[in-house]
Design a protein around this ligand. Structure first.
Ligand SMILES: [Fe+2]
Length: 292
C-alpha cells in the first residue's frame, strides 16, 4: 500500500495529511489547510473516507468540503466542538491568550482563511475499534492529551502508524508540546511505547522508522514532567496579584527552555496550572480562561 504525503506550508512551518489507496477507494487521514483543497479534489467522492486524528484547525481545513461531496468523516467525539464551533475554537487555542504572549496578527488571518467551514463528523470512533475499509483494517488507538479526542490510526496490514499531533516529543518545529490534560497525555505516550510498528507518520514531522516510536514517546513523557516542574517552581516563587500569572508563567517556562512563547505552550502551562490549582492566586489567574 502506497502512502501519499500531502504537505501544506503556512507561517514558515507545515502540516501534513495523507492519502492511502484501498481496494474500495481513497482513505484520507486529516485534510490539511483549506488552501490546499486542489490536492484532495480527486478524492472528493462517495468512495473515499476521511479519518480525522483530532479537531485542531490546521488539520481540518477540507473536512466540510469533503463531507459535502459524500466523503464519510470519522472522528473521536472528544473533539466535536473544535469541528463545529470555530468561534470557541479560536478563543480556546489563541484568543484567550492575547494578553499572555505576543500573538501575531497573521495567526488570526491564517486561522480564519485555512480552517474551512464548521461541520460535524458523522462517524464516531472509539478506542480499539477496527475499521474495515476495502482491503485495509485500520485500528483506532485513542491517545488523548494533546486534545481530548486525539487518536492514532494503525494500518494492520502494513504496520503504518498515523499519529496526527499526538506524538510531539520535545515539540514541533523547535517549539514546546501542547497538551490539555497532562495525565492523559503521559498515559497515551506510555501506550505508544508498547506498540510495535513499521513506520510512523506525524502531521508536523518527516515520517520516521517505527523503531523511533518508543524513544519519541519517552521524550514526550520526560518533557511533560520537566514542564510541570518548571510551572511548579514558578508558582512557588510567585508574588504577583494573579491576573497576569499565566503570561508570566509562560514567559518563565520559555526562558528556562530557551524557546519562544506561542499559543501551544500557553495551553500547556494553563493545563498544569489548572491541575495544580486550589491556591487563591492560581484561581484568580485562571478565572478569565476557558477550558481547552
Ligand atoms: Fe493539534
Amino acid at each position: 500500500m502506497e502512502v501519499e504525503l500531502l504537505r501544506y506550508p503556512y507561517l514558515g512551518i507545515y502540516v501534513n495529511s495523507f492519502r492511502l489507496h484501498s481496494a474500495s477507494g481513497d482513505v484520507l487521514i486529516d485534510s490539511g489547510l483549506a488552501s490546499g483543497r486542489s490536492a484532495l479534489e480527486c478524492s472528493a467522492n462517495h468512495d473515499s473516507v476521511l479519518l480525522s486524528t483530532h479537531g485542531h484547525w490546521d488539520h481540518i481545513g477540507n473536512h466540510g468540503y469533503l463531507q459535502k461531496r459524500g466523503v464519510c468523516v470519522y472522528a473521536h467525539p472528544g473533539d466535536l466542538r473544535y469541528y463545529s464551533d470555530h468561534t470557541w475554537h479560536w478563543e480556546a487555542l489563541f484568543g484567550q491568550f492575547s494578553e499572555d504572549f505576543d500573538l501575531p496578527a497573521a495567526r488570526r488571518t491564517t486561522f480564519v482563511s485555512e480552517i474551512g467551514e464548521e461541520m460535524t463528523p458523522e462517524c464516531a470512533i472509539a478506542d480499539g475499534e477496527v475499521l474495515s475499509l476495502g482491503d485495509l483494517s485500520i485500528q483506532v488507538i485513542a491517545t488523548p492529551g494533546h486534545s481530548a479526542g486525539s487518536v492514532c490510526y494503525l494500518v494492520r496490514e502494513t504496520g503504518d502508524l498515523f499519529t496526527g499531533d499526538s506524538l510531539m516529543g520535545e515539540g514541533f518545529f523547535g517549539g514546546l508540546p501542547q497538551y490539555a490534560d497532562s495525565l492523559a497525555y503521559r498515559d497515551s505516550m506510555e501506550k505508544l511505547t508498547r506498540l510495535s510498528v513499521e513506520k510512523v507518520y506525524c502531521d508536523h514531522n518527516e515520517p520516521m522508522p517505527g523503531s523511533e516510536l518508543r524513544k519519541k514517546a519517552e521524550q514526550g513523557i520526560a518533557c511533560c514532567e520537566r514542564l510541570e516542574r518548571r510551572v511548579r517552581e514558578f508558582v512557588a516563587g510567585y508574588r504577583g496579584p494573579g491576573e497576569r500569572m499565566l503570561g508570566e508563567a509562560v514567559a518563565a517556562v520559555c526562558r528556562a527552555e530557551g524557546k519562544k512563547p506561542g499559543g501551544g505552550i500557553c495551553v500547556t502551562v494553563l493545563t498544569h496550572l489548572r491541575e495544580m490549582g486550589e491556591a487563591d492566586e492560581i484561581r484568580l489567574a485562571l478565572e478569565k480562561h476557558i477550558p481547552v
